[in-house]
Design a protein around this ligand. Structure first.
Ligand SMILES: *Cc1c(COP(=O)(O)O)cnc(C)c1O
Length: 361
């Protein structure tokens, strides 16, 4: 008999599985499994962290004021409505923990981010999974799943691993259709890769039940640093700040984030590279007879005839030292999620898949 019993929900958690980063027999692998920026961190942020390192004995700011102002300036937002976290994952944890508990429901969609059920169980709440339609979020299905127990809807837009995005009109229809006491979280981790998309900012500016979450992990190239932020109504930010640890962000987080937020040339440069290589990869896949939707992100979901084919293609890629992401856990056993690399990396993926296809003929 155990003396200690964990809080409700904890034993329901299936541990998060990250993208693989090593392959037996390959000293140098091309890792395209975690949607990391092929260009690395912005040089401006590397310099800022080096400059800040000698101050690592000093406790960091607890209010993140300088970082929040830099983010606010870059996105034309109210700095008082921004909360910063150790990755946007931490911001998602703030909102689920602050606003849901045992007996409450949190909705996520069929192919939504695998962190959502984990975060829901961490709060002791119940995850409710609703279907998508042809790999696109289905607004009517979400609205139909709302009950009086629903506290939060967690939405990835654009989606991961689908790469598809709800139109602004559909997003607005979702926001309009939800009861006012249900929080809509718009997880816009890939917003910068989606042309003409504001990440949910205009909705967050005009409603009081929207939380937009953003990250430095993808286009900013700082996934290893762990830095993200959320933008919501002042009251919600104030509530979440009470459960945020005062020193959650280190001096390195703050120094790098502040400089990176101001480095919008970097963002444009990375977005342009991604758009070119994404179009190239999408075109090549289709030419090889491998289906994929147009992507609004920095990855492409390649869909093979069936799971056996996906495994065969994955094996062929691995034999050439390339790691992509199997997405059976996201409801796509026939899929491989391939991060868009730089020109040379994308060339390697296309060449490897072409050789694999030719080997089948
Ligand atoms: C990568 C990703 C994030 C970012 O998480 P961080 O904690 O900020 O690194 C958030 N949501 C989705 C759907 C993602 O794919």
């Amino acid at each position: 008999m155990t003396k200690f019993s964990p809080q409700p929900g904890i034993m329901e958690i299936d541990l998060y599985v990250g993208g693989k980063s090593a392959l037996a027999g390959h000293a140098e692998v091309l890792k395209l499994s975690s949607n990391e920026n092929p260009l690395g961190p912005p040089p401006s942020a590397i310099a800022a962290m080096q400059e800040a390192a000698p101050r690592a004995h000093l406790y960091p700011s607890t209010d993140h004021a300088a970082l929040r102002h830099a983010i606010a300036e870059a996105h034309d937002l109210d700095p008082e409505r921004i909360i910063c976290g150790v990755g946007s994952d931490e911001v998602l944890q703030f909102v689920t923990q602050a606003y849901a508990g045992p007996g409450d429901e949190i909705i996520h969609t069929e192919h939504g981010f695998s962190m959502y059920p984990i975060l829901t169980h961490m709060a002791g709440a119940t995850p409710v999974r609703v279907p998508e339609k042809d790999r696109v979020v289905d607004v009517d299905a979400i609205l139909a799943a709302v009950t009086e127990r629903t506290r939060i809807v967690l939405l990835t837009n654009p989606g991961n691993p689908t790469g598809t995005r709800l139109s602004d009109a559909e997003l607005t229809r979702l926001a309009d259709g939800l009861p006012g006491d249900v929080i809509l979280v718009i997880d816009s981790a890939y917003a910068e890769y989606a042309e003409g998309y504001d990440g949910g900012k205009s909705l967050a500016e005009t409603r009081d039940n929207i939380l937009m979450t953003r990250t430095f992990s993808k286009i900013y190239g700082l996934g290893g640093l762990r830095l993200g932020w959320g933008y919501g109504p002042r009251g919600m930010i104030e509530v979440m700040t009470r459960i945020r640890q005062p020193f959650n962000l280190s001096v390195l987080h703050l120094a790098a984030g502040e400089v990176a937020a101001r480095d919008q040339d970097w963002v444009s440069h990375c977005a342009a590279l991604n758009a070119d290589q994404r179009a190239r990869l999408t075109g090549a896949l289709r030419q090889l007879g491998i289906a994929c939707d147009d992507s609004d992100t920095n990855f492409v979901l390649a869909r093979f005839a069936d799971e056996t084919q996906a495994i065969a293609a994955d094996t062929a890629l691995q034999s050439e030292g390339i790691i992509v992401r199997r997405v059976g856990g996201y409801g796509f056993p026939e899929g491989l999620r391939i991060t868009v690399g730089d020109e040379a990396q994308t060339g390697r993926v296309i060449a490897a898949l072409t050789r694999w296809r030719e080997g089948m003929a």
